[in-house]
Design a protein around this ligand. Structure first.
Ligand SMILES: Nc1ncnc2c1ncn2[C@@H]1O[C@H](COP(=O)(O)OP(=O)(O)OP(=O)(O)O)[C@@H](O)[C@H]1O
Length: 365
């Protein structure tokens, strides 16, 4: 089921939670709404659900919500055929896992309600999918947080919703369980191909799970793209900064050289103030400066965890420490340790002409 949002805005009294936005979600797509706290993600999700009404816009451009061809703008939440999973959408504590998952089916009007045998078969099929069939008789209190969220998901899918909405579904779980559940949701989605929209403020979660990510800030959509395009071609500074760690190199350009204290970098830019941005993997470390680049730094922390080594760098010319990620081989070759003095060499850098848009292509340095 595709979803189309036209001119959907929202005010709460004088607070503008959402500027009028347009959004097309394709059938079978898994779309993440990503943004900092207060950016309007939950408001947008609640409007899709029918838990909140969009502002009534002028008659020429009315707000509309379509599920496929069906205009659901004025359809009550209970008739929108939606499944929900919320961070704290507690299961019914006095009901077994089986009864929780069966709940939505057992309360259907008699004429559309499946028979008891069909309900049983469907619940067990779902429990198998979420790998909990052996716990059907347990009560929620006897399950881990991750298992409870899997039951919530099975419960949401039981009524075969047209659209599945998830609001920070893994927000309350610890990092490892979160990651497991993400992979598992991705697989389930591929298997069942439902259309779903989920809210998160976790970049990694959005990039790993989504077919496309909607990046939001301050009630506006900043960019809608696949994770890869978002990361490689952010449309503005906000998206670039929000999607990963960023190092700043601020200074004055004069005659093709950017200077900042005793730091210097040759750049092909007109004279004036600049703020260049670098991702941690774009910072190379070396024992020596060169003719084009003199960026002296001191190592202040090293964490050789995982596939790469994270190195924190400080310098008098830096307002905020830099973060570099280097390979283990370089870590050993440079004998990196606290207090070591080195030189940073940007592999490439990025620059946004202003807050509005305008990505200038990344520059190899
Ligand atoms: N019921 C409400 N009454 C008044 N203001 C609200 C209400 N709901 C949301 N807001 C305001 O609307 C803005 C957007 O809130 P929303 O919850 O959609 O953001 P969010 O991106 O989901 O944030 P978070 O990640 O913190 O949940 C915020 O400024 C918030 O304070």
């Amino acid at each position: 089921m595709s979803i189309r949002l036209e001119n959907i805005g929202k005010h709460f009294g004088a607070t503008r939670a959402l500027e009028p936005v347009n959004l097309d979600i394709h059938e079978g797509e898994l779309v993440g709404l990503l943004g900092p706290s207060g950016s309007g993600k939950t408001t947008l999700l609640r409007i899709i659900a029918g838990l909140e009404n969009p502002d009534r816009a002028g008659t020429r451009t009315p707000a509309r919500i379509l599920f496929g061809q069906r205009d659901v703008t004025h359809v009550h939440v209970r008739d929108r055929r939606i499944g929900f999973v919320f961070q704290h959408y507690a299961l019914f504590r006095h009901m077994s896992v089986f009864d929780n998952v069966a709940f939505g089916l057992t309360v259907m009007p008699r004429r559309s309600r499946p028979s008891r045998g069909e309900i049983r078969a469907r619940v067990f099929r779902l429990l198998e999918m979420v790998k909990l069939e052996h716990l059907a008789n347990r009560y929620p209190a006897q399950l881990s947080g991750g298992q409870q969220q899997r039951v919530s998901l099975a419960r949401a899918l039981a009524v075969e919703p047209d659209v599945l909405l998830l609001d920070e579904p893994f927000g309350a779980l610890d990092a490892k369980v979160r990651q497991e559940l993400r992979r598992w949701l991705r697989h389930l989605h591929e298997e069942l191909n439902f259309t779903s929209v989920f809210v998160t403020h976790d970049q990694e979660e959005a990039l790993e799970l989504s077919d496309r990510v909607v990046v939001m800030s301050d009630g506006k959509i900043e960019q809608i793209d696949t994770p890869e395009t978002l990361y490689r071609a952010p449309q503005n500074r906000f998206v670039f900064e929000f999607l990963g760690d960023v190092n700043h190199l601020e200074g004055q350009v004069h005659g093709g050289v950017l200077t900042c204290g005793d730091a210097r970098l040759a750049v092909d830019l007109p004279d004036g103030a600049e703020d260049l941005l670098l991702r941690p993997h774009e910072v190379r470390l070396a024992e020596q400066p060169n003719a084009d680049c003199h960026l002296p730094v001191t190592v202040t922390a090293v964490s050789p965890i995982g596939a790469e080594v994270r190195v924190e760098l400080e310098a008098d010319w830096l307002a905020k420490p830099w973060l570099a990620t280097v390979r283990h081989a370089d870590f050993e070759r440079l004998s990196l340790q606290r207090g070591k003095r080195l030189f940073a060499h940007p592999r490439q850098w990025h620059r946004f002409a202003d807050e509005a848009a305008d990505l200038l292509k990344p520059h190899a340095a």
